[in-house]
Design a protein around this ligand. Structure first.
Ligand code: AMP
Length: 199
């Protein structure tokens, strides 16, 4: 199974690029943010806890994230050609649990795409989408906290993956289709080398 992580700060375009990858390559798109928002809608205990953290711009506790994500990814076990993980892992602890889970299945992370967008542009994008995103965490104060959370907890993962997996940095500043074309080429290259490796 081709496991790809889309990595980057809030507003970098991970969701948009994941959808495009999913439609070109037929990979399943798993977004931890979407899963957690669905959990909130269920109104159960996990959802109530998740809401508290999301609405303040903090990471949802790992136990909840892992449980919900595992439930979702089990649906595709042995069925999907590949999975795009969008917004997961978000800290070192999640990355390590994820590695162990993959190892147990005899799999690994095939590719990590890091989307690079400067801070001013990110802020502009999220504020721009805030009015119609319907998200309770797309307001100025929470967005600022989400950036701090990203810097403190998620950004260090970039070095972790640079040392552990194949990490490719892609500028996310260009128009969506241009960014996508670079990502798509990287996926094709990686698929090709993995095929060669298997022979
Ligand atoms: P996103 O839709 O990826 O921007 O995520 C929205 C919010 O959901 C984040 O600000 C976090 O509060 C929470 N969240 C999403 N993914 C994770 C994750 N892997 N670990 C912890 N919290 C997460």
């Amino acid at each position: 199974m081709f496991n790809i992580i889309l990595f980057g700060p809030p507003g970098a375009g991970k969701g948009t690029q994941a959808k495009k990858l999913s439609s070109e390559f037929g990979f399943v798109h798993i977004s931890s943010g979407v899963i957690l928002r669905e959990t909130i809608k269920k109104g159960n205990k996990a959802g109530k806890i998740a809401k508290k953290f999301i609405d303040q711009g903090y990471l949802v506790p790992d136990e909840i994230v892992m449980k919900e994500l595992l439930r979702e990814s089990l649906k595709y076990e042995n069925k999907a050609k590949g999975i795009i993980f969008d917004g997961f892992p978000r800290n070192l602890h999640q990355a390590e649990i994820f590695n162990k889970m993959l190892k147990k299945k005899g799999e690994s992370i095939s590719l990590v795409i890091s989307l690079e967008v400067d801070h001013q542009e990110l802020f502009k994008r999220i504020i721009g989408r805030a009015s119609d995103s319907g998200r309770t965490d797309d307001n100025e104060q929470v967005i600022k906290r989400r950036f701090v959370t990203y810097e403190l907890e998620t950004f260090p993962l970039k070095e972790y993956y640079r040392n552990k997996s194949r990490l490719v940095e892609v500028s996310g500043m260009a128009p969506t289709d241009e960014v996508y074309s670079i990502i798509s080429d990287e996926v094709k290259k990686r698929l090709k080398t993995l095929k060669v490796d298997k022979r």
